[in-house]
Design a protein around this ligand. Structure first.
Ligand SMILES: Cc1ncc(COP(=O)(O)O)c(C=O)c1O
Length: 448
């Protein structure tokens, strides 16, 4: 892609935007002022009118290897010409097994079995179903309760919104799953504001799980699911000791621990998985996004040997788990996944994220003191910046910042409520980090 910031029109602009009902987007506002992207390469997008934008969000936390990397593009093209599809049930294709092996090798400890699906939401529903079926197959069918956490995001399936804790994602959708409870959020601004990495305060909040278990009785609790770092709610790194404590309490009561690593998996925190960064081994990990660097939809669950083996008991001609998707381990996704993991390895992108973490954190913290900045949190190549809300219009200031960023500063940033979340591709360099935060600083001033 050319280095010039404006190369002229590169794609036709659709003359009717009405039919496409856009996800998690204010449709009317978007269609009144569309932000249309035509192409991408490495750290940049190109808009339909030829403006070069710096990607501050790796798409939606997924394009960890950077955009349109040749090795991944080639792998997808080759795969499309060799095998478009093979039945996912009762048949297989070699790359599905190869990719599962590669992912299992990256995962910690005895997390050795991979069940594929197509998104983070499906991964979460799959993990919750495996948890229930696992206890059932172990003669503990009374273990049906699922414990999530306030402010948690686990996608948009009914399972995910039930254990999730973002009220806007729940309030319009009825009663959801029965028997779900929630841990308190780990965030406390008074105690944690402007922390780089894991806050000192808050590890004890995991003890609330003891209260929940005492209330419902351990014999009714199947699993706890948390994001090791809560991403979509606005970047909340886990307090020191918190995840270790959750693991201990789960072990004590025979409860499965699921880490939802849809965002934290594949390098975001400087490791293959956050489980490795924190030295805590869950019973299952959900993943999506970074597994194909966002190129082809794919998600999955990595399960421990103990869980997997518990299913391998019945008659050998009968499926052990009555669950799966037409596109589980789709050939294009597997080809993309293999090429992506190879690129991560060859370029040591997880190590690179770790190395750049202090540079990224310093650049983020340089925004402390800018108008309306209430808190900044950083971990890995991730930053959350809380802005003060306009009275009576929560989310408006950050929304305006996102629009100003696109229109005036040629950056793509993500906002949730009045928090700006910055999560660039792991290939970002020092100059680009400086550039990104300078632009974000100007945007914050522009919406003061
Ligand atoms: C932790 C977590 N779980 C699940 C999901 C849902 O993933 P998807 O949008 O692919 O369904 C997300 C998406 O951001 C996520 O951050």
């Amino acid at each position: 892609m050319s280095e010039t910031r404006r190369v002229g029109p590169v794609a036709a602009i659709p003359n009717d935007l009405e039919a496409y009902w856009m996800p998690f987007t204010p449709n009317r506002a978007f269609k009144a002022g569309p932000r249309l992207i035509a192409r991408a390469k490495d750290m940049h997008y190109l808009t339909v009118d030829g403006r070069l934008l710096l990607d501050g969000t790796a798409g939606l936390w997924c394009v960890n290897a950077g955009h349109n990397r040749d090795a991944i593009v080639d792998a997808i093209q080759t795969q499309a010409s060799e095998l478009d599809y093979a039945p996912a049930f009762q048949f297989g294709h070699p790359k599905a097994f190869e990719l599962a092996n590669r992912i299992a090798a990256l995962a910690p400890g005895d997390l050795d079995h991979v069940f594929f699906c197509n998104s983070g939401s499906e991964a979460v529903d799959t993990a919750l179903k495996i948890a229930l079926a696992y206890h059932h197959s172990n003669g503990e069918a009374s273990r049906t309760r699922l414990i999530g956490r306030e402010r948690g995001y686990h996608g948009v399936g009914f399972g995910g919104i039930s254990v999730g804790g973002i009220s806007a994602n729940r309030r319009h959708f009825g009663a959801m799953l029965a028997g779900v409870d929630h841990l308190p959020s780990t965030y406390n601004r008074e105690r944690q504001a402007f922390t780089k990495g894991e806050p000192e305060w808050g590890g004890h909040l995991a003890d609330d799980l003891e209260r929940i278990v005492a209330l419902h009785d351990a014999s009714t609790v199947a699993a706890v699911i948390v994001e090791p770092m809560a991403g979509s709610t606005g970047v909340l790194p886990p307090p020191k000791g918190y995840l270790q404590r959750l693991r201990q309490i789960c072990d004590k009561h025979g409860i499965l621990l699921i880490f939802d690593e849809v965002i934290t998996g594949f390098g975001r925190l400087g490791h293959a998985f956050a489980a490795e960064r924190y030295g805590v081994e869950p019973d299952m990990i959900t993943f999506a996004k970074g597994v194909t660097s966002g190129t082809v939809p794919m998600g999955g669950v990595i399960a421990s040997n103990t869980i997997h083996d518990a299913f391998m008991r019945g008659p050998e001609h009968v499926a052990e788990l009555f669950h799966g998707y037409t596109y589980s381990a789709h050939p294009l996704a597997c080809a993309a996944g293999l090429a992506t993991l190879e690129l991560y390895r060859k370029e040591d992108l997880f190590g690179r994220a770790k190395m750049m973490e202090p540079v990224f954190a310093d650049a983020a913290m340089s925004l402390k003191g800018k108008p309306n900045v209430l808190d900044i949190r950083t971990v890995g190549l991730t930053a959350g910046i809380d802005l003060a809300s306009y009275p009576g219009a929560v989310g408006r200031r950050a929304y305006d910042a996102m629009v100003r960023g696109f229109e005036d500063e040629d950056i793509v940033i993500r906002v949730t409520g009045d928090t700006i979340a910055l999560t660039p591709p792991l290939i970002i360099n020092g100059d680009e980090i400086g550039d990104l935060f300078e632009k974000v600083g100007r945007v914050i001033r522009a919406v003061a």
